[in-house]
Write a protein that binds this ligand. Structure first.
Ligand code: HEC
Length: 144
């Protein structure tokens, strides 16, 4: 179940790269939806609701790493509105900061991946990298 879900998630990112040029809003929303899904799994693992699995923990961090590397490509000037986007105008007003947040997040994810060896280290690492979610959303998403 979890395995097939992660396979689908990887496919979303791979396909995303192809359609990105024509539909950046859908692409970035799909990448973020995938972030939401893997985060749910990460939370369940951190809480002990599903058994800890090191390979899956690393796959979650890998999904974040792909998002951190690619997301910034999907905010061209022409994509400020439409497609039910919740992207805030602040993204285009502070583009350097917006990109820097993804770069900083990528570094944190790398550290988290190196640190994750067992459930305890995953909990700490997962807590660190998921702080970036709300922090970015508070500034760069419109509240709906
Ligand atoms: C540096 C900025 C940034 C970070 C970090 C970030 N996000 Fe987002 N996220 C966004 C933006 C911008 C949107 C709005 C995209 C749109 O609607 O065009 C978004 C949208 C979303 C959505 C809604 C997708 C949809 O439209 O249905 C979810 C879910 C989400 N993010 C989850 C996460 C999770 C979970 C994390 C952390 C693991 C995370 N995000 C980290 C910027 C970020």
């Amino acid at each position: 179940m979890i395995r097939s879900f992660l396979a689908v998630a990887a496919l979303v990112v791979a396909t995303g790269a192809v359609v990105a040029q024509s539909d950046p809003i859908t692409t970035r929303r799909n990448i973020m939806k995938q972030n939401g899904q893997v985060t749910r799994l990460g939370n369940q693992m951190a809480k002990g609701e599903v058994p800890f699995d090191l390979a899956k923990a690393q796959e979650i961090l890998k999904a974040y790493a792909v998002a951190a590397d690619t997301m910034h490509n999907y905010f061209p000037d022409t994509s400020r509105t439409g497609g039910e986007t919740t992207a805030a105008p602040a993204i285009w007003q502070n583009q350097a900061d917006f990109r820097a947040r993804f770069d900083a997040w990528a570094k944190d994810i790398q550290a988290a991946s190196a640190q994750t060896k067992d459930l305890e280290s995953f909990r700490a690492a997962f807590g660190n990298v998921t702080r970036a979610c709300a922090s970015c959303h508070n500034t760069y998403r419109i509240k709906t």
